[in-house]
Design a protein around this ligand. Structure first.
Ligand SMILES: Cc1cc2nc3c(=O)[nH]c(=O)nc-3n(C[C@H](O)[C@H](O)[C@H](O)COP(=O)(O)OP(=O)(O)OC[C@H]3O[C@@H](n4cnc5c(N)ncnc54)[C@H](O)[C@@H]3O)c2cc1C
Length: 308
């Protein structure tokens, strides 16, 4: 089993900020990432709300996180953490008050093949997983034609892309592919929930059509196309690819004995933290995730100074 003084699960903005700050204060840190360093920052088109930068492509922020981990010689293990348990046989004790009475002194992190990592301090920065509408096929990383991340569409041009959703992510996705494709945003009601700036930009693009009152009744992928049946009209629309962006929920490994992550509470148990998008509903932004990472890193450093 691999050990480190602090293990951080997830290498998005939250996990990377936390890892770098801990390394700067001489901690032995290990980052575990299931897919790609940079997290959801890869998917952001233009990031305009990072203080100090007028506009930065999300992929640049994500790529720089990779360089930053390499610069600080922070090791990254590529694995999916499926479960976190305590080391005392009884595991993490189920308690009423959000796990404050937890007894574990060391945490075991399980991957696909069983227990794989061990640490006294664990930071979970695993972000979110997309919501899947009831009428869509189940989430499948090998799925073709129906995606939850615009970057998963194979590189191509002049295709018909349908995007289901009305929020910032749906509009950001549309804006990032509309120069290469014809995009239709399907909005289930009259109301758009993206910020007005993104809506105005989308409305001004000839490659984007916004269809309000177009709820999906049926989503069916075929070898060459995907069909979406519209509830209000009964008509079927056909796309080459469909991207679903109807929201997301915390993506957490199973934490033994704790079945609920209290919103905005960064510390779950002694030395077990959840940070970034995984910890927040409604405050899912890069700067907030990075701020969480720094705050928890500073808390861990302070605890070491106090308690050794
Ligand atoms: C289209 C789009 C546009 C956006 N635009 C902006 C913007 O303009 N400004 C802004 O501030 N924010 C924006 N965001 C939001 C921003 O990307 C997120 O708030 C930020 O990335 C959250 O960081 P995080 O580290 O908490 O989570 P994430 O970035 O989601 O990183 C989590 C990491 O954990 C990994 N992981 C998950 N589960 C496991 C596991 N079990 N084991 C190991 N690894 C795991 C994932 O692979 C991922 O790399 C945008 C997001 C999207 C999708």
């Amino acid at each position: 089993m691999k050990e480190a003084e602090v293990i951080i699960v997830g290498a998005g903005p939250a996990g990377v900020a936390c890892a770098v700050q801990l390394k700067r204060t001489s901690f032995d840190v290990l980052v575990i990432e299931k897919r790609r360093v940079g997290g959801r920052a890869w998917q952001a088109g233009a990031v305009e709300n990072l203080a100090g930068w007028t506009s930065l492509p999300g992929e640049q922020i994500a790529a720089q996180m990779n360089d930053q981990l390499a610069h600080w010689k922070i090791p990254v293990e590529f694995a999916e953490v499926t479960k976190v348990t305590g080391d005392r046989g009884t595991g993490i004790l189920p308690v009423e008050n959000h796990g404050r009475d937890v007894r574990a002194t060391r945490y075991i992190l399980h991957a696909e093949d069983g227990p794989a990592f061990e640490s006294k301090v664990v930071v979970i920065a695993t972000g979110v997983t997309p919501k899947v509408p009831e009428v869509a096929p189940p989430l499948d990383p090998d799925a073709r034609r129906v995606y939850y991340n615009v970057l998963d569409i194979p590189y191509c041009e002049n295709k018909r892309i349908g995007i289901i959703g009305s929020g910032d992510v749906a509009f950001d996705y549309a804006l990032s592919v509309c120069d290469r494709h014809n995009v239709t945003i399907l909005v289930r009601s009259e109301r758009l929930s993206a910020i007005p700036l993104l809506i105005e930009r989308a409305e001004s693009k000839p490659g984007i059509e916004i269809l309000r009152n177009h709820a999906s009744n049926r989503i069916e992928p075929f070898a060459e196309k995907v069909e979406v049946e519209i509830a209000q009209t009964g008509k079927t629309l056909t796309f080459d690819y469909l991207v679903i962006a109807i929201g997301s929920e915390a993506s957490l490994p199973l934490i033994e004995g704790i079945d609920r992550i209290p919103g905005d509470e960064l510390r779950l148990a002694p030395s077990l933290y959840v940070i970034g998008d995984a910890a927040h509903i409604g405050f899912r932004q890069i700067s907030i995730a990075m701020g969480d990472g720094l705050r928890v890193a500073m808390t861990i450093t302070e605890n070491r100074t106090r308690h050794g």
